[in-house]
Design a protein around this ligand. Structure first.
Ligand code: AVI
Length: 322
């Protein structure tokens, strides 16, 4: 696989995001994209196998069952870009259906190098596929993919796994509009969205018994120790999952078990934590099936079709660039 690698300023950006997130007045915060270094990506892969976390399996079930039907709806020659490919396992069903029809370029866009490598290993056996990875932020990568498209070819963008839910609602709409601006009329977006479910089911999904989600969350502090020479003592922080009913989301926090001071030399920062204070590390927004078509319209798409899983409320939405 050809991989276009990440620009060298990533370490500076990480230090500066950590500095601004941990010096916020009311609520300390770290961007959830930093959960996915090599360790975090591997832990997320384990989460997707946990009984309590049905999201990834629902996504994959829908794609396995409806992949050929999804592909039948796309006319003409298609190239596929995937934002946040992860291991690539669930993408196989769409790619296999498309590759039976035409030789296909597949462009995974990922900030995790190890996830790109995993994805290539998972999918390279598909006949008539060429894989070109972009180690980039989503929209930067998509811009480059769009520049590679051939005349008359349409793009199918895959944004699966309800990663859209990790944006708040306004930011999610801005992100969809950002995708739309890069696309041309007649291009496609296949959007996976996790649907609303009971608080108890959500709390189990985001605070599993084995403690894998806790490790996934705490790894963010371990990453700051590794990459920014910080001295977080992991046992002095606890993973917490919380429902936010107004935002219709479940949040992950890291709670300081006592008053403590942490040094982060590479970010030129010394941070104080009060006992019980939290760092907000992620929000996962949940949707009603009915709100997706209006989100699509508001961002310049038309919702052509929607498939909902019978076991775990999750929707696959096929949007056409209007
Ligand atoms: C990647 N993303 C959609 C996952 C989610 O459910 O929000 C990340 C995750 N966080 C905790 N468990 C899984």
């Amino acid at each position: 696989m050809l991989v276009h690698a990440i620009p060298a300023n990533a370490a500076y950006e990480f230090a500066s995001d950590v500095r601004s997130g941990l010096t916020r007045g009311r609520q300390k915060e770290l961007p959830s994209k930093y959960l996915y270094d090599d360790v975090g990506s591997a832990l997320f892969e384990v989460i997707s196998h946990l009984d309590e976390y049905g999201l990834t399996r629902a996504d994959e079930r829908l794609l396995r069952r409806h992949g050929p039907e999804i592909v039948d709806r796309l006319e003409g020659s298609i190239a596929v870009a995937e934002l946040g490919s992860g291991s690539g396992k669930k993408t196989r069903w769409v790619l296999e259906a498309l590759c039976r029809r035409q030789p296909t370029f597949y462009y995974p866009v990922e900030i995790s190098h190890s996830a790109l490598v995993m994805c290539e290993r998972e999918l390279r056996d598909i006949d008539s596929i060429a894989i070109v990875g972009f180690e980039r932020e989503y929209l930067d990568g998509l811009l480059e993919v769009a520049a590679h498209r051939k005349r008359g070819q349409h793009l199918l963008v895959l944004f699966l796994g309800s990663t859209i839910g990790n944006f708040d609602r306004p930011a999610g709409l801005r992100f969809l509009s950002g995708i739309r601006r890069i696309l041309e009329p007649g291009d496609w977006l296949l959007l996976g969205t996790d649907l609303e479910k009971s608080s108890s089911q959500l709390l189990r999904a985001y605070d599993d018994e084995l403690g894998v989600t806790a490790a996934f969350n705490l790894n963010l502090l371990a990453r700051i120790n590794r990459e920014l020479e910080a001295d977080f003592v992991l046992s002095q922080f606890a993973h917490v999952a919380r429902i936010n009913p107004e935002a219709r989301s479940v949040e992950m926090h890291l709670l300081s078990r006592r008053m403590q001071v942490v040094n982060i030399p590479a970010a030129e920062l010394v941070v104080e934590f009060a006992e019980g204070e939290t760092i907000w590390t992620e929000s996962s927004h949940k949707y009603s099936a009915e709100e997706i078509p209006s989100m699509a319209r508001a961002s310049g798409f038309f919702c052509e079709a929607q498939w909902i899983d019978a076991q775990w409320p999750f929707a696959e939405n096929l949007l056409r660039a209007a």
